[in-house]
Design a protein around this ligand. Structure first.
Ligand SMILES: NC(=O)c1ccc[n+]([C@@H]2O[C@H](COP(=O)([O-])OP(=O)(O)OC[C@H]3O[C@@H](n4cnc5c(N)ncnc54)[C@H](OP(=O)(O)O)[C@@H]3O)[C@@H](O)[C@H]2O)c1
Length: 291
C-alpha cells in the first residue's frame, strides 16, 4: 500500500489523515475475542496488516507460554494488548510487564492496553506496560455490553435468569464497538500517545435494568435475581470457573465505578452507543432466540 492509500484508509475522526503514521503489522492479542476481533476487522478494513495473537493464532500466542511471545512479535510495530482471563488476576501485571519489554526489544513502538476501571491490579499492569518505554495508550473500559451475547452472560440470558451478587448496584456498560474504535484510533494516530481513556456507555444501569432491557429487546421475560457472593462463588466452582470472577463484582458493589466516563467522546469526538441500541441489534441477530 502506498503512503497516500494508507492515509486515505485510516480513520480520520476527529483527527486528519496527515497526522497518522505508517504501519508494518499490528499484533492483536485476543484477536478472536470481544474487542480484539473488532479491532482486527477494523484495522484489516483500513488496509493494515494484522496478526491475531491467541492460542489458536498462527503462530500461536499464549500468555501462559512466554516462549510463544517472540514469534508472535516478529515484524510487528504495534500491539493491542488484551490479557486473558482478567488483568486483575494474580500474575497478570507481571506478565504484561515482561511482554511489553520484549515487544519493545523486538521493535514494536506502540502499545495500547485494554485495562479495567478502578482495579488496583490493573493499575499495576498499566505501570508495567508504561515502564517498557513504548509509546503507550491506556484504554480503561467499563463492563462490556457484549458480555450478554458473546460471553459469560449469554447462557443466563438464554435461560431467562441472570443471578448475580450485585443487588441494586449500577455499572456504566460500554459497547465493544466503541472500545474497538478507540483502540484503532490509538493504534493509528500519534495524538493518542500518552493518553489514558476511561470508557463507559452513556447510562448507568443496574443488572435488574439490564434484564428489563433484554426482556424488551427479546420479547421474553428475563429476570434478575440477587444472590450473595458466596452463592455466586459456589456456582462458579460447580462450573469449573475461576472463583476470582466473583471478586470483580466488588467493584460494582462498592460504587467506585458508579459514574459515567467520557473517553469515547474525548478520543473520537462522538457519543458512545446506548445499551438499548446494542440490545435491539443483538436480538435481531437471533443470538438470544430459544427453541
Ligand atoms: N469483559 C468485560 O466486561 C471487561 C471489561 C473491562 C476490561 N476487560 C478486560 O478485557 C480483557 C479480555 O477479557 P474478555 O472477557 O473481554 O475476553 P475476550 O477478549 O473475549 O477473550 C477471548 C480472547 O482471548 C484469547 N485467549 C484466551 N486465553 C488466552 C491465553 N492464555 N493466551 C492468549 N490469548 C488467550 C482467546 O483466543 P484463544 O481461545 O484462541 O486463545 C480470544 O481471542 C481482560 O483483561 C479483562 O480484564 C473486560
Amino acid at each position: 500500500m502506498t503512503n497516500t492509500e494508507h492515509q486515505q484508509n485510516v480513520q480520520t475522526t476527529p483527527q486528519t489523515a496527515a497526522q497518522t503514521t505508517p504501519h508494518t503489522a499490528a499484533l492483536v492479542i485476543g484477536g478472536t475475542g470481544k474487542t480484539g476481533r473488532r479491532v482486527a476487522e477494523k484495522l484489516t478494513a483500513q488496509g493494515h496488516p494484522v496478526r491475531i495473537g491467541s492460542r489458536s493464532g498462527a503462530p500461536a500466542f499464549d500468555w501462559n507460554e512466554p516462549a510463544t511471545w517472540a514469534p508472535a512479535l516478529e515484524g510487528v510495530d504495534r500491539v493491542y494488548v488484551t490479557y486473558h482471563p482478567d488483568l486483575a488476576f494474580p500474575g497478570a501485571a507481571e506478565q504484561v510487564g515482561a511482554f511489553s519489554r520484549l515487544a519493545v526489544e523486538s521493535g514494536a513502538r506502540r502499545l495500547v492496553l485494554l485495562s479495567g476501571r478502578g482495579e488496583e491490579a490493573a493499575a499495576v499492569a498499566e505501570s508495567n506496560l508504561k515502564a517498557s518505554g513504548a509509546d503507550w495508550t491506556i484504554v480503561r473500559a467499563a463492563w462490556f455490553n457484549q458480555n450478554f451475547d458473546e460471553s459469560f452472560f449469554l447462557e443466563p440470558v438464554l435461560a431467562g435468569e441472570i443471578a448475580l451478587p450485585t443487588a441494586g448496584a449500577v455499572e456504566a456498560f460500554v459497547d465493544a464497538d466503541d472500545i474497538a474504535d478507540v483502540v484503532v484510533a490509538a493504534l493509528t494516530d500519534d495524538r493518542h500517545i500518552g493518553k489514558v481513556y476511561e470508557l463507559s456507555g452513556p447510562r448507568l444501569l443496574s443488572f435488574a435494568e439490564v434484564a428489563a432491557e433484554l426482556s424488551k429487546a427479546t420479547g421474553r421475560e428475563i429476570a434478575y435475581v440477587s444472590v450473595t457472593n458466596e452463592e455466586y462463588r459456589a456456582v462458579l466452582r460447580e462450573n469449573g470457573l475461576p472463583e476470582e470472577f466473583a471478586d470483580l463484582f466488588t467493584m460494582i458493589l462498592d460504587g467506585r465505578n458508579a459514574h459515567l466516563a467520557h473517553g469515547v467522546e474525548e478520543a473520537l469526538g462522538r457519543a458512545p452507543r446506548d445499551f438499548s441500541d446494542y440490545a435491539r441489534e443483538a436480538a435481531a441477530t437471533g443470538v438470544w432466540n430459544v427453541a
